[in-house]
Each structure stands twice: as C-alpha cells, then as structure tokens.
Design a protein. Sequence first.
Length: 133
Amino acid sequence: MPKVVLVIDDEMEVRTFVAIELEAAGYIVWPAESAAMGLARMVEEEPDLITLDVLMPRQSGMELYRTIKSDPELRDLPVLVISGMAHKTFRHALQNENQGRAEPWPEPEGYIEKPPGPEELLKAVKRILGQKK
C-alpha cells in the first residue's frame, strides 16, 4: 500500500514540485494550501507523513506544528518541515517556546530549507518513513 504524504504549503510551486517528486516515487500526495486545510485533512484521515511550511499567512506552520504535537490523536504523525526559514532559526524559536514548559516541543522528524532538491526530499521522506532506498 503506498504511503500518504500531506503537503502543507501556501506556495503553489512548492506544493506542485513536492507532489510531482513524491508521486513519481510512488507516494500518494494530498496537497493543502493552508494550515487550516491541512489540519482539517489530517483530522479527517491521518496521513503517513506531513510536510509543513513554517512561514504561511493567517496561521503559521509553527502554530500548526504546536497544534499537531499537543494533540494526543496527532502528535505521533511525523513532520518534515520544508521552509524558507533557516533550520537554526526554527530551532531557536522552538527552544524559546520550550522555556518553562513541563513537556518541551519535540524537534520535527526532518528539516529541509527551501528550495528543496529532489534527492534531498526523497532521501528525507524515505528516512522518516523507514523505507529502504
């Protein structure tokens, strides 16, 4: 059974690129152009992996990440962040939010800075999903 990847990104070009690469590798892709659309889809039917942009209008990917990781039904879904925000900046923001929290926010299962390369994307997805090359 093919694995399902929910691709949440406000940029159509990124959603399209990720979808083309993953579908060519045999994955099923569910695109979502906003955090709200992505959350609705994952609550309706859980994907095997979520790719998430951090910098999005209205609700940011960081807010959605916190929502996912604080929900008992969703927290175990693996998240691969694909963002224009530097990984170092994301980590710093996460560490700042973790100060004083009894249960710190976990690091995402993977992080790729935009623009992702096809090999980098597929390697990260396969690693997170525990698949062989």
